[in-house]
Design a protein around this ligand. Sequence first.
Ligand code: SF4
Length: 477
Amino acid sequence: MGRFVEGEDRRQSFLLPETLDDYVTEDNPVRVVEVFIEELDLGAIGFEGVRPAATGRPAYHPSTLLKIYLYGYLNRIQSSRRLEREARRNIELMWLTGRLAPDFKTIANFRRDNGPAIRAACGQFIELCRRLNLFTKAIVAIDGSKFKAVNNRDKNFTLTKVAKRMEQVDASIARYLTTLDRADREESDIAEAKTRRIKDKIAGLRRQMQALKAMEQQVQDAPDKQVSLTDPDARSMATSGRGTGVVGYNVQTAVDAEHHLIVAHEVINLGHDRTQLAPMALKAQEAMGCEEVTALADRGYFNGEQVLACEGTGVLPCVPKTEWTSEGGFFSRHVFTYDAEKDHYICPAGQTLTKGIVRSDRKNDIDHYRHLTACFTCSLKPKCTPDKLKRLKRWRHEGVLEKMQARLEHRPDAMLIRRQTVEHPFGTLKSWMGSAHFLTKTLEKVRTEMSFHILAYNIKRMIRIFGVGPLLEAMRA
Ligand code: SF4
């Protein structure tokens, strides 16, 4: 075996005792976990069991269990059973916990019982980044992505899915009945056995049909016409791929454009992003502690009410509007120029369209602009409107959308920055989570699980920015 690097004999005893600390280098990320958790006031952010009970078996301090979990999420070990195993054999974890190895039930119960506190700990890390003056640019990119839940697609029911399955069962019953007819006409022992088998199958399918009918009623009664059996909060959601979808959750993140840290996140079970612009942007603004924050988001977030909700809060949303389309070959809206001072539009024929007296929509929110005479004799009318008179609609708060459009025109690279900032973290998070994504069930627990992932992501990002040594110093300062 000469000329090879050789290991030590396993029966050789060490002459000097070695300490666990010798195995953990100064630039090991596990030291960041240790310092971050030691610096937290766990009781103040809501962890249970910070003070030991006077009676009963001594419990583990929450910091031990939080360290185990955070280490696990940093190293893609999310399951409590695997963490229990690692705590017994992994030198870094032994160093972190002082060789404590709680059983998997204790580890799992800690995550189950401390959801809000774990989410607060995630917020504390952003607070630390804020103290280190990392959010000077005050630009965030907001986006959402669908993550798979524990719920299998076959255990999720919508009215369409139930109808489709009923159709399939009906077709199968019809097929078996035809076969049964044929078998009945034959007279032999084999035919008899076959008939019995087919009858059993038909009975099974009828039972299935009954169950589907009961499920149809359940889906009808559900507020959002959807039922998931394994994880009741998971919802069927369409994804960007054509004809594809997942049963899962919509994870919203706001990522800072300078250092790509996830400053705010939320897990929801709605399949769209339309109502998330203001909540996410305001959350990010609070986390970053900036008076004014520019929030970049894609078209999926475009919603007048949401943009209006940001008005006056210091959040400056930049969301592109859906393309102006010229419907049926008629003039599109952008060829009509609005004069805010005089509150009228100038049409392509140079006529002034003034505001009608009454608003006709149900919410009393939409004004109409028209010219009472010019359209009747206008040569451009065939290109302008199929009606007798052109009526241009304008939302009462259209001004906020126009201001946002002006901001977007002022910042032509906004959507490029958005894409470069926010899409990468989702890819990273999904690859860490593996093909199954979430391991826990129900919205509350999934939120806690996501907080751990985000905290781990942010810690890795900070190590990348600072390096372990300088980050430790900054945390202790
Ligand atoms: S049809 Fe009416 S609104 Fe359209 S271009 Fe002619 S005058 Fe203007």
